[in-house]
Design a protein around this ligand. Structure first.
Ligand code: 5AD
Ligand code: SF4
Length: 478
């Protein structure tokens, strides 16, 4: 271990100990309040946005549980927490809409506390608006100081004032905080934070800061601990996992990290997201092809099929490079399932540009494509571009793209119809007695089953493809 990383680890350990002492203090206050009220205290936590947010919410939930609060789904709780997203405007609008409702709940229970954190809070104009229009919010913090949640919560317990603590950035990565995992058998694992790519439409680099990778040893330790705890599937998380490790004092490639995880006992499936096409190496393709654990699924955001638009988006690949990459991946891993993200209506997008996008979709055979209407994000370069596409034009293109994506997705994912696939059983669906599992290819399968199957791998016959999911039946001998 280098001196630098020793120093970072010690800092981290000190900070974890400090936060644990705030958990103890907050716990005492909570117990006193609960005694006075003669009932347990409750919290409701809602996560908007991506899997990174889901993962960070698990830390906040872990700390709330330690402090002594009981989680519930209903917002008539003692503490209501939103982990916010700002990648598109509608994510922000949802939060504002729900704050109105929370205000009326707080009128009924003035003791109720409201906490907002995450990406949206890193935008100065949002914080200004909350201070001015929503003074009843008790605590606001961002993405860089989530590790301080216990300390901020303890401060909030003793304060009548709105507390706002937003950091502009951090190079700290605090390890070993309490975590309440959403599932016992699968887990997200952060391998890096932030993004350095500055795609011209994207707000993420501004709200999540510069790219920082966790030390590989810390990741291996976490995954080993998870596996020992019964987790058999991990999802490695980062905005651009293909550039993992480049900024470490002792650089490591993403493929090397995957190899370190390959032999961990008890671990059966490794997934990761998101892959930036510009950084996807042949080394990674080869590692995926030979691995026994890495799932044959790649999420490879296209964003646009037009080389001209890709340039203005600052994606640093063009249509030909992308198609060539898909070709190389499919040659090395013929059964791979590909999924993607596409933006429609980026400034200056013409019908010809849009046709290029349709062309790539027709050529690539995506199992699923997530399609988004371009959303103007403040202070990004694209927001200042003059040739914004009118909403009705963008919407009409969006509908055409969606129709193609659905048609292609159905065609592509039906390739497994009639086969038997290994499925990790994740949950009971809304319909009682029908369980939902996921194949290695990330396809959902619904089939009749029972609770004892949860978290297990079973073999399921895929009877019928219904577009993005299958209806199946358990194999006899399960
Ligand atoms: N408008 C629309 N979609 C966006 N995305 C990111 N920023 C924007 C934006 N301003 C999409 C991209 C990305 C996904 C997570 O969100 O497709 O891959
Ligand atoms: Fe945003 Fe591009 Fe970074 Fe993805 S790679 S988070 S789209 S800036």
């Amino acid at each position: 271990m280098t001196k630098e990383s020793q120093k970072t680890n010690t800092m981290t350990a000190e900070e974890t100990a400090r936060q644990n002492s705030f958990i103890e203090l907050a716990k005492t206050l909570t117990a006193q309040k609960s005694n006075t009220l003669g009932r347990p205290l409750t919290y409701c936590l809602t996560t908007f946005g991506c899997q990174m947010n889901e993962k960070q919410s698990e830390v906040v939930a872990g700390i709330m549980d330690e402090i002594g609060y009981h989680r519930q789904d209903n917002e008539e709780a003692d503490v209501v927490i939103y982990n916010t997203c700002t990648v598109r405007e509608n994510a922000n609008l949802k939060v504002y809409g729900r704050l109105g409702h929370l205000h009326s709940l707080k009128d009924k229970n003035p003791d109720m506390k409201i906490i907002l954190f995450g990406c949206m809070m890193q935008e100065p104009h949002v914080v200004e608006k909350i201070k001015k229009t929503y003074p009843f919010v008790n605590l606001v913090f961002g993405t860089h100081n989530i590790f301080k949640f216990a300390e901020l919560f303890y401060d909030m317990q003793q304060s009548e004032q709105q507390i706002v603590d937003i950091w502009e950035g951090t190079d700290q990565i605090v390890e070993d905080l309490p975590t309440e995992r959403n599932y016992t058998f699968k887990s997200g694992v952060n391998i890096m934070f932030g993004c350095n790519n500055f795609c011209s439409y994207c707000i993420v680099p501004y709200v999540r800061g510069r790219e920082r990778s966790r030390e590989p040893e810390a990741i291996v330790k976490e995954v080993k601990r998870l596996a020992a705890d019964g987790v058999s599937e991990v999802m490695l998380l980062g905005q651009n996992v293909n550039s993992y490790g480049k900024t470490l004092e002792n650089p490591v490639t993403f493929a090397q990290l995957l190899e370190m995880l390959e032999d961990i006992e008890g671990l059966k499936r490794i997934r990761f997201m998101t892959s930036h096409p510009k950084d996807l190496s042949d080394e990674l393709i080869a590692t995926m092809a030979k691995s026994k654990k890495i799932c044959h699924h790649l999420h490879l955001p296209l964003q646009s099929g037009s080389s001209r638009i890709l340039k203005v988006m600052n994606r640093r690949y063009d249509k030909e490079k992308y198609l060539d990459l898909v070709d190389r991946i499919r040659t090395a891993i013929p059964d791979i399932s590909l999924t993607t993200d596409i933006i429609v209506g980026f400034p200056g997008e013409t019908e010809e540009d849009f046709q290029e996008t349709l062309d790539v979709v027709a050529k690539c055979g995506y199992d699923t494509a997530f399609t988004f209407l371009y959303s103007k994000r403040s202070d990004t370069p694209a927001a200042a571009m003059e040739n914004q596409v009118p909403q009705d034009v963008a919407k009409e293109r969006f509908n055409r793209l969606l129709a193609l994506v659905q048609q292609e997705g159905r065609r592509r994912s039906s390739r497994f119809e009639g086969s038997v696939q290994e499925v990790l059983v994740e949950e009971e669906s809304k319909e009682k007695g029908i369980f939902t599992g996921r194949t290695e290819y990330n396809l959902l399968v619904h089939f009749p089953g029972n609770e004892s199957l949860l978290g297990k791998y079973v073999r399921v016959h895929l009877d019928e493809c219904r577009g993005f999911y299958y209806l199946g039946t358990l194999e006899e001998n399960e």
